[in-house]
Design a protein around this ligand. Sequence first.
Ligand code: HDE
Length: 710
Amino acid sequence: MAKKNKTENQKTKDLKQFEKDATGKVMTTNQGLKVNDTNNSLKAGERGSTLLEDFLLREKITRFDHERIPERIVHARGSGAHGHFELYKSIEHYSKAGIFTDTNRKTPVFVRFSTVAGSKGSPDLARDVRGFAVKMYTEEGTWDLVGNNMPIFFIQDAMKFPDLVHSVKPEPNREIPQAASAHDTFYDFVSHTTETLHNQIWAMSDRAIPRSFRMMEGFGIHTFRLINAKDESHFVKFHWKPKLGVHSVTWDEAVKINGADSDFHRRDLWDAIDSGHYPEWELGIQVVAQEDEHKFEFDLLDPTKLIPEEMVPVEIIGKMTLNRNPENFFAETEQVAFLPGHIVPGIDFTNDPLLQGRLFSYRDTQLSRLGSPNFHQIPINRPIGEAHNNQRDGHMQMDIPKGQTAYFPNTLGGGCPHLAKMAEGAFHSFEERIDAKKIRTRSESFSDHFSQPALFYRSLAKWEKQHLAEAYIFELGKCTQKHIKQRMLWLIAQIDTDLAKNVSKGLGLPIPKEIDHPINQAIGADADVKKHQPPKKKNYLESDPALSQANTKFDSIETRQIAVLVADGFSMSDFTSKKEALEKEGAMLKLIAPHGGTVVSDDNTEHEVNASIITTESVLFDAVYIPGGKKSIQGLLAESKFKKFINEAFKHCKTIVADNEGEDLLDKTFVADYKDDKAVLINEKPATIIRSIAKHRNWDRMDVAAQVPA
Ligand code: HDE
């Protein structure tokens, strides 16, 4: 695939003025003083004590001492990229936003993907929700759509967020475990907070262990409003649909990837963009008319509910492309500040009580994280248009506001900055009629906690259901408290009895008929759960195909990593025939050899080895290819890790390809007995191989694969 040109957008141009490039430049202090020794401190004599006078030492050390800023309290680990959004068709009947009406624009974006629970240095393949935060630098102001890769959230009211996060974070006494939900405190909370069960079951699904950030969906989650030029409101849910489809790894791979390359997702995103394979997502909207607000069997304001696509189809309206890696991780990815409160005319909030709480939290958190109310002046956070108001001063003011006045109204400053007229595109909150009692409660319309987890489970394919049961068994198996496991089992049984039976078998615990632990009674938890189901479980839809990854796209092998196992003497003609065809489709072939350096093929040409077998693992690849060549196969057989490599790829249901003598290597592995498997391809044509790799995995092999002792 040809490397595409990097496109430059307005935000990229804006950022350029802040870039610093030391190429060819002399080293100076921060004051511009030229420095000729940065290795030795100033001393009294060669061996003497260091002098307080040494301003060069003090500047360097003091600056170093203060390099760190607090990591995000949630979503600490993340990776970002620049790009743009293009609109396919105007939706002016719904929204007056420039980004939704002007099809000629390329709106600059910066996206940050993240895990939620782990610290900044935690591994990428934790079982977790992924953050999917998009900052759109629109001409009318910056719009942040701060979403996740799952369409619903754990809780319904912002008031519960600290409890949720404290329960999943490492336990406060021992600070264990890191980046993992599989522990007592999390399930203590979940099992006593049934509103969490929907997001919880999604977190047990393969969605929580994506193959790549580039292969996951994004969701705004909350119901927002679109406002048109006539000030009419429609409810909307936002969806990002990846062009490459939604794909995941298995849990066994996730565990191993975390050891083999804990930066797997970060590296994958960087490499894809760097090699010109720009990730793309289409933006979809689910629109509900104002008058239809109450026509559903769930509340549109409840963020633990999705609108099944079967009930309201997703309308695709545009496309986002990420085409530039950040220049500097800290300056851009770490300092970017997303605020759900950043909206533009044409988009507005609803009263979703989780969203309402977020509107407070994100500004507040930037104050402690970035340290100043001027965080919007950091280059990555600046809007592309001019910003003027009477807000002043504070730590690290970067602008130099001119003039005598910093108040409104004024005459001394000519009345400026003056107020925008509505015709100039001023923001105006949607005038929603509210006539209510001030009350601290939860709406009765939020009380169904079981129908949608059940719908999600029913909608999954057999292999997805199996993965999900295994995830529950793993997670609850890691809990040490029996009453917590039993309570979870009882709740899972209310979602689906078959699922509960599987989990119960794995845990070696019967499904309790009642949950009557004295602690639960003492804290009144049973009454709370009973209030919320199961009697109220509804079956308004048998299944929603969009919820299953079995119904995603399987039409591309772009950026798929293919491990080519070779030693000296491998067949060049086998290799070239496959390489050309696979690379044409965008796949990336990597030569894995018994050693680093180079290998020589049977036509005496030398090839750069991409990784020696010692430094890599099968879990980092999507498929394996073994070209023929007698000598090469002998070389591979001499190093036993190649057999492990193949067995493991087979275990993870990947496509395994061999040509000619390559089959001899397969015969020494577990694959020998399964050569009729539809994704074990011996001497097959490239087209068949491409189709097989595009399928992502052969899940039909799952039961056999489970037997592989790898
Ligand atoms: Fe966040 N969340 N959140 N969250 N969230 C943060 O803001 C918070 C919620 C999400 O890449 C924090 O700048 C509260 C839902 C993403 O920089 C913090 C509540 C969704 C990111 C915060 C929620 C999200 C954050 C931490 C419940 C999906 C990473 C650092 C009321 C729609 C953004 C920061 C990035 C980050 C608070 C719930 C997504 C503390 C109080 C629901 C993707 O402000």
